[in-house]
Design a protein around this ligand. Structure first.
Ligand code: LMR
Length: 408
């Protein structure tokens, strides 16, 4: 009996598949700028000291591993609210905010999508063009049709804000608008504060439902600064979703430490939302991981560990910025006609290089430098030991293309 011969072959994930290909590449001087992982100056995934100390305490406290509640560890959930909204925010104090610890922010995104499919039937989602590939897959997987709004300006390397605003202004009420709260993946291009402020009346007047993805808090301008959009929408009294992650900010990728928060119109509505989100989690994966919850609760719950963690996030952000400058300078020195100014203006882990799939393939095949085929570069994978090789590879593929119309 053959039940599955009709299956479509899986082409592999464009990001995770590339990371696996990198691991198999035998070249010693290969450079991994594909997956969104922060590597330190030695090319390793760091174990943050704040996390190490938190884990040591957890071990001391005893190793029992009961199931967590469906919504996760209460101390972790409270800590997430403080991080997103700031201590003592009125929305949190009034009981309008529901927060669940989830299996990474991916788990949060999916739980939120399943919830919306059931409880806001007929609503469709709009994502930025481009966005993280998995956004589309997750919402489609939850049965919600996915569309795109204009976002990245390929010609100038910035934001098509007016086109974005116009597109959002024409959406039907109750449309879901997926927004990257900071450090846009894959482009590194974010709205300015003034642009976020201009989005608020459109979201309100069109009765749209913002769904924020906050996976890189601390990698843009700072932990509080990167929560600007979350706090702005909360201050404006909007109802919205936020999926947030500690994978990058605590360097705990495989722990799957994330959260889903929903800001509701009042505490009574929040209680209903809380209940149905918990029902959604139970149907999906029952409850979130205890170790992830413990790390978050310990690091954020202890003032000394929290301060240490903040300083470690600051150091990671500074190193990424230094690498942006280093690559910009080195490509500029090799190719005086090309000013890759976008490396300096884009923020967070990623830059959108504008390189074509063929150019990306050549960088990988000839130089062992791995980027995602969309042209996305994870600048957090650069270090003093590989930035010259990366600049060589970029200069080689750009030289063959000649300067673009705007010198990019
Ligand atoms: C990325 O975009 O590279 C990361 O968010 C990792 C992933 O799961 O794709």
């Amino acid at each position: 009996m053959s039940l599955f011969q009709h299956l479509e072959p899986y082409a592999g994930d464009p990001i995770l598949g590339l990371n696996e290909a990198f691991q198999r590449d035998p070249r010693p001087d290969k450079v991994n700028l594909s997956i969104g992982i922060y590597f330190d100056e030695e090319g390793r995934i760091p174990v943050l000291e704040a996390v190490r100390r938190a884990e040591a305490r957890m071990l001391d406290e005893g190793g029992a591993k009961p199931y967590l509640p469906i919504a996760g560890l209460p101390a972790a959930r409270r800590a997430v609210q403080g991080l997103l909204f700031g201590d003592g925010h009125a929305a949190v104090a009034s009981g309008r905010v529901v927060t669940l610890q989830t299996v990474g922010s991916s788990g949060g995104l999916k739980v939120g999508a399943d919830f919306l499919h059931r409880w806001l039937p007929g609503s469709e989602v709009w994502v930025s063009d481009p966005t993280w590939d998995n956004h589309r897959a997750m919402f489609e997987g939850a049965g919600i049709p996915v569309h795109a709004y204009p976002y990245y300006d390929a010609a100038g390397g910035g934001l098509r804000f007016d086109a974005m605003l116009e597109a959002l202004s024409a959406l039907p009420p109750r449309s879901i608008v997926l927004l990257h709260a900071c450090c846009h993946n894959p482009t590194g291009v974010d709205p300015s504060r003034e642009q976020w402020q201009r989005l608020v009346p459109v979201l309100r007047e069109r009765e749209l439902l913002p769904y924020l993805d906050l996976a890189y808090q601390g990698y843009g301008d700072g932990i509080d600064e990167d929560a600007y959009a979350v706090r702005l929408l909360a201050d404006a009294g909007l109802s919205f979703f936020v999926a947030s992650s500690f994978s990058k900010s605590m360097s705990v990728y495989g722990e799957r430490a994330g959260a889903l928060s929903v800001v509701c119109s009042d505490a009574a509505e929040a209680a209903l939302v809380d209940g149905q989100l918990q029902a959604t989690v139970r149907r999906n994966y029952s409850s979130p991981p205890i170790h992830a919850g413990g790390i978050v609760a310990h690091v954020l719950g202890d003032p000394a560990l929290r301060a240490l963690w903040r300083s470690e996030v600051d150091a990671m952000r500074d190193r990424i910025r230094g690498m942006r400058r280093a690559l910009h300078e080195r490509v500029g020195a090799r190719l005086p006609g090309h000013d890759l100014g976008y490396l300096l203006s884009q923020r967070g882990m990623f830059s959108y290089t504008g390189l074509s799939p063929a150019q990306v393939d050549r960088m990988r095949e000839q130089f062992g430098v791995y980027l995602v085929r969309s042209g996305r570069m994870c600048v957090a994978g650069l270090n003093a030991g590989n930035v010259d090789r990366t600049a060589d590879a970029m200069a080689a593929v750009l030289a063959d293309e000649g300067p673009g119309p705007d010198g990019r």
